[in-house]
Structure formats: structure tokens, C-alpha cells
Design a protein around this ligand. Structure first.
Ligand code: KG4
Ligand code: ZN
Length: 359
């Protein structure tokens, strides 16, 4: 331990299309409080392109980030000089954006003579439930966002084991692609969910790729192709056709997520007999009520605790980065100004491990 009673951390997130900064305080008992959490989602920049354009995202981060950080300090009523450390996402993500956030954090750390913490974005998602719900280790995380679909065993800060991932598209990406091929516009996930409410989920039986295999991996690309072929087969689509396809797609992914989560919880209980099973959900797809309801039913069936942080903290934000920074900072972790930004950075690499401060 560092002997600090508490830590006030600035967190910076720029790995995709959210420019975000937050101030979070962690007290000596490990309880976190969000003092500010400012997120600017770059909708206008990418709207015309039907997806995030990395170069445009990086440029937008450059123009917004200083203002977002200033606003985070103002709203928290904390001066930059009063933060204990500066944390920024150092990967994985769109490298141009990551570089903007990390380089800004380095400049602040150097100018203010504060410690720097280079945060793995996936770790930030993984630890958020400890900020919002004080969840104890170990627990299982299901991360389902536009860029990731993974099961991760969270044993401690820096101590992760990836149990499964997607072999092609991420779940949020599948929602976005289906929304696009049904001409629903963006943001794709919420549009598919909304239209699916009017649809018949039993009209089309879409495939559940990999579901018969024991591995905990996902595959959504074949499902997306099946949706496209079905849409083409009955084109032109009426509003009811679109709703039925959306509902049938959502039913397929709901079943895939529920079956896989059951298997992952079984593995958890085999590895930690007698432990409370805890499933933490993170990522933008956590907002989907159909998937959430499937997970609620599963967890009540197998007597697992289901933890879903408020949706604003499931999607990308600065508070999760500040909190991961706070957890690391309290364990004595400090990163050098030579730390590099990484487009890829799996959570279970040895370099995630926390080496406690000997002092
Ligand atoms: O975590 P997130 O905000 O950004 C990253 O990908 O990092 O997740 C965004 C993803 C998008 O693919 C979006 O379509 C999906 O989450 N999403 C949803 C819903 N809300 C957001 N997918 C299904 N149903 C929703 N209600
Ligand atoms: Zn994310």
C-alpha cells in the first residue's frame, strides 16, 4: 500500500468515439465516488458514414478533450493541481484516439508532476462494478459492446483470465450491422430493440452459431449473414417483416448469450465451489432489455447474483478509467511516461499483473 488515505483520480477515455473525462475519489475503505463524469459521444462526426471513422474520431478527440477535462474538473470542483494521479486508456482501441488521450495524460502528468496510470480499457469495464456496487472478487464478467464480446474471470485487480471471446463480430457490431441491413439507421442496437417490440420472434428461426460446442466463444457473423439472406429472400420488406426479422434476430442472440452465460457460471462454480456466483455485465449491449431479461431469468434459476451497473457506466466513460486508475494507484502501481499506446491489449497478458509497492 502507498499509505494514502484516499485518492482523487482524473480519468481520460478516448479509445473509440466517446471523448470522456471524469474525476473519481476512492476512500481508504475502497469506496468510490464519482465527482464528475463528462462524456461527449461523436454522433455528428460519423453519422454520414454509417460507422466510426478512426481518423475523424482521432481529430475530434483532439478538439474536444481539453474542454471535456476542464468541464470534468469544474463539475467536480477539483483543480488539476489537486488530483493525485492521471489515468488514461492506453488500449485496446482505435490507435489514433488512444494516442490523443494517452499523450494528453502524459503531458498533464509531466506538467503537474503527478503519477501516470496507463489503463487497459477492458480492465476499466471489468472493475466498474466495484465502483458502483462494491462487488468483491472473484466474479465473472460478460463484456458485450460494439468492439468486444468476452467472458472474463476477474480474480483481482490486474488478475484476469479470458474464458471466451468472439471469433468474428462483436455482439453490438452484429446489432449495428443488422440495423444497417434493415435500414434502421444508427445507433443500431437501440433501433433493433425498439422495432423488435412490434415483431414476432418466432417467425424466423435464425442459426445459433457455435452453440452446440462446449467452448465459451461467440460467433455472430454467420447469424448476421442468415439475417441478410432472409431479408433478401422476402424483399421488399414491409414494416412487419422488418419487425419480425429484428425480433427473431434478438431472440437468437438472447438465447446464445443466456446459454453461454449458463456454461460460464457452471465453470465458475466448478472453479470456486461454495462461492457466490456473480455475473457482472458491461458494455453498451447491457442496455438491451431482452438480453437483460434472459440473464435475470438465468441468474435467478442458478442462484447467481447479477450485477448490471447503470447503463451510463456500462458504455464507454471516463469514470471507469479513473476508477481502474484508483484501484491500481492504491496498490502502488505507477506507469512511466514512456508507456506505449496499444491497438490490441488482451486482458490476460502477464503485464496486467499488479506488483505491489514494496515500500
Ligand atoms: O460500450 P459501447 O457504448 O461502445 C463500445 O463499443 O465500446 O457499446 C456500443 C454498442 C453498439 O454496438 C450499440 O449498438 C450497442 O452497444 N447497443 C445495444 C443497445 N444499446 C447499445 N445493442 C442492443 N440493444 C441495445 N439497447
Ligand atoms: Zn468499451
Amino acid at each position: 500500500m502507498t499509505g494514502q488515505a484516499q485518492a482523487i483520480i482524473l480519468g481520460i477515455e478516448t479509445s473509440c468515439d466517446e471523448t470522456a473525462a471524469a474525476i473519481v475519489v476512492r476512500d481508504a475503505n475502497g469506496v468510490g465516488t464519482i465527482l464528475s463524469n463528462v462524456v461527449h459521444t461523436q454522433l455528428d462526426e460519423h453519422a454520414a458514414f454509417g460507422g466510426v471513422v478512426p481518423e475523424l474520431a482521432a481529430r475530434a478527440h483532439v478538439s474536444y478533450l481539453d474542454h471535456i477535462i476542464a468541464q470534468a474538473c469544474r463539475e467536480a470542483d477539483v483543480a488539476l493541481a489537486d488530483v493525485d494521479a492521471i489515468a488514461a486508456t492506453a488500449g485496446p482501441g482505435l490507435i489514433g484516439g488512444v494516442l490523443v488521450g494517452l499523450t494528453t495524460a502524459k503531458a498533464l502528468a509531466a506538467a503537474l508532476d503527478k503519477p501516470l496510470l496507463a489503463i487497459n480499457h477492458l480492465e476499466a469495464h471489468a472493475l466498474t462494478a466495484r465502483l458502483t456496487n462494491g462487488v468483491a472478487f472473484p466474479y465473472l464478467m460478460l463484456l458485450v459492446s460494439g468492439g468486444h464480446s468476452q467472458f472474463v474471470l476477474v480474480r483481482g485487480v490486474g488478475d484476469y483470465e479470458r474464458w471466451g471471446t468472439t471469433i468474428d463480430d462483436a455482439l453490438g457490431e452484429a446489432f449495428d450491422k443488422v440495423a444497417k441491413l434493415l435500414s434502421l439507421g444508427s445507433p443500431g442496437g437501440p433501433r433493433v430493440e425498439a422495432i423488435a417490440k412490434q415483431g414476432d420472434a418466432k417467425r424466423f428461426k435464425f442459426p445459433r452459431p457455435l452453440l452446440r460446442e462446449a467452448r465459451l466463444d461467440f460467433s455472430f457473423s454467420g447469424l448476421k449473414t442468415a439475417v441478410r439472406l432472409q431479408a433478401e429472400a422476402i424483399a421488399p420488406l414491409s414494416d412487419q417483416d422488418v419487425a419480425d426479422i429484428a425480433a427473431s434476430f434478438q431472440a437468437a442472440v438472447g438465447e446464445i448469450v443466456a446459454v453461454r452465460s449458463r456454461q460460464a457460471l457452471e465453470r465458475f462454480s466448478a472453479q470456486f465451489p461454495g462461492q457466490t456466483m456473480r455475473l457482472v455485465v458491461a458494455g453498451g449491449v447491457a442496455a438491451n432489455r431482452h438480453i437483460a431479461a434472459r440473464l435475470e431469468a438465468l441468474c435467478s434459476d442458478v442462484r447467481a447474483e447479477l450485477i448490471v451497473p447503470p447503463i451510463a457506466l456500462c458504455t464507454d466513460n471516463g469514470a471507469m478509467v479513473a476508477w481502474a486508475g484508483a484501484e491500481r494507484f492504491m496498490l502502488g502501481v505507477r506507469d512511466g511516461l514512456d508507456v506505449t499506446a496499444r491497438p490490441r491489449w488482451p486482458l490476460d497478458l502477464a503485464d496486467m499483473k499488479v506488483v505491489p509497492d514494496a515500500a
